[in-house]
Design a protein around this ligand. Structure first.
Ligand SMILES: Nc1nc2c(ncn2[C@@H]2O[C@H](COP(=O)(O)OP(=O)(O)OP(=O)(O)O)[C@@H](O)[C@H]2O)c(=O)[nH]1
Ligand SMILES: [Mg+2]
Length: 389
């Protein structure tokens, strides 16, 4: 049965000219067109549309790794002083302890999308020094650093935390302990101690934050295979589409709504080329985004000669990056079936890779239903099973 979602895939896009997408003009025309014919332009002007960021600018805003120096707050100093008032000259030691320094805490926040807002250095709040009359200093507050969900925290090569759920926290640097006031050292043997201790410095660490895209499905393919076009066709995400390679420079995640109200996150990952694991093309930077996807969509450009070699090459690159990655549950999606040469190559591709290959066209929307049904199946098999546990 065809899910109802397929019948409402949003405004249909059509292929208009080489490498350009145009939207079908809807009726009635936009208010801006109508207002041209009436007198009071000023009153009914549409608010200026927000200009879409180009892919190049988006890349500048999107940061997926950061080196951060985190320092916990310093503990406050203990104080040495003695109580004294008229007729009570030797009131005893009354120097209070210093407050503890504040920790620096990394917290995964759903609203934060990249590490661009993370600074290179964080200093925790210092504790206050103790005071007279046994007053303890105030402890430094916690300093929260918001990071995106899916941030890996590394110290050197070692992974020390994986903030994969919203609200996950990790204490990146401990605050120093507060010093002791002389009241603390009061003992039977010593009724008038003058000793007090200074606050301890906070912990200092250099951490490497790394963002891995969290999506259920990851689209893997050579540049120009049509990954971004496919994501636009099945979800509300709007990655740039153009006829030149490496149009997509950062991963995009789109949400596919299924008829049973499940939401499947699909990531469009920048194109890989042969030798990506040796840093060719956009390099291995984006291979690590694939690691977190539960299942993969190998998107193949069926109009290219010998399209099956694309799947072999992609699997080779994934395997070189991380052993076993190419074995993940996957679907081979043969795109551009609307082109005659692609349709002719399909039987040969199926003979080599099996009948499970899904042939479709992201441009015309042909056979997208089959992909959505397969996505739903994979989602309930692999993600549903994990949730049940
Ligand atoms: N005929 C046809 N052209 C398509 C189809 N899907 C994508 N294209 C075209 O293929 C070209 C590349 O599409 P993109 O979606 O940008 O490809 P990509 O895989 O995201 O490319 P990169 O971002 O460079 O990795 C564009 O010119 C699209 O118009 C399709 O189903 N049929
Ligand atoms: Mg793209």
């Amino acid at each position: 049965m065809v899910p109802s979602r397929l019948l409402s895939l949003g405004p249909r896009t059509v292929h208009g000219g080489v490498g350009r997408w145009t939207q079908v003009q809807r009726w009635p025309p936009s208010p801006r067109l109508l207002s041209d014919s009436c007198g009071d332009h000023g009153k009914h002007q549409e608010p200026p549309r927000k200009k879409l960021l180009s892919e190049k600018k988006l890349k500048r805003h999107f940061v997926d790794h950061r080196r951060v120096l985190v320092c916990g707050g310093r503990g406050g100093d203990g104080v040495s002083c003695f109580h004294s008032e008229p007729r009570k000259e030797f009131g005893g030691p009354d120097g209070g302890d210093g407050g503890n320094g504040g920790h620096v805490v990394l917290r995964a926040d759903r609203q934060v999308k990249s590490l661009s807002s993370v600074l290179s250095r964080y200093q925790g709040f210092h504790g206050e020094s103790g005071g007279r009359k046994n007053c303890f200093g105030r402890s430094g507050a916690l300093l929260y650093v918001q990071v995106p969900v899916g941030t890996l925290v590394k110290e050197g090569k070692e992974v020390v935390a994986d903030l994969s759920c919203p609200g996950d926290e990790y204490i990146a640097a401990l605050g120093g302990a507060g010093g002791k006031g002389n009241r603390f050292f009061l003992a039977n043997e010593n009724r008038a101690p003058v000793t007090c201790t200074p606050g301890q410095p906070g912990q200092e660490r250099v951490l490497f934050l790394e963002l891995k895209t969290m999506a259920h499905a990851g689209m893997v393919g050579f540049p120009n295979a049509g990954k971004s076009s496919l994501l636009r066709a099945i979800s509300n995400a709007r990655p740039a589409v153009a006829s030149y390679p490496f149009t997509t420079l950062k991963p995009h995640v789109g949400i596919v709504h299924c008829e049973d109200h499940q939401q499947i996150a699909v990531a469009d990952i920048p194109g890989l080329i042969r030798g990506a694991h040796q840093n060719r093309g956009l390099g291995s930077t984006f291979l690590r985004h694939i690691e977190r996807c539960r299942f993969l969509l190998f998107v193949v450009d069926l109009s290219e000669p010998e399209p099956w070699t694309q799947v072999e090459d992609l699997k080779f690159e994934l395997e070189k990056h991380e052993a076993g990655l190419s074995e993940r549950p996957h679907v081979v999606v043969a795109n551009k079936i609307d082109l005659p040469q692609a349709r002719a190559a399909l039987p040969q591709l199926r003979a080599r890779l099996g009948p499970s290959v899904i042939a479709l066209s992201a441009a015309t929307g042909e056979n997208l239903e089959a992909l959505l049904l397969r996505l739903q199946e994979l989602h309930s098999q692999h993600v549903g099973a994990e949730l049940r546990w």
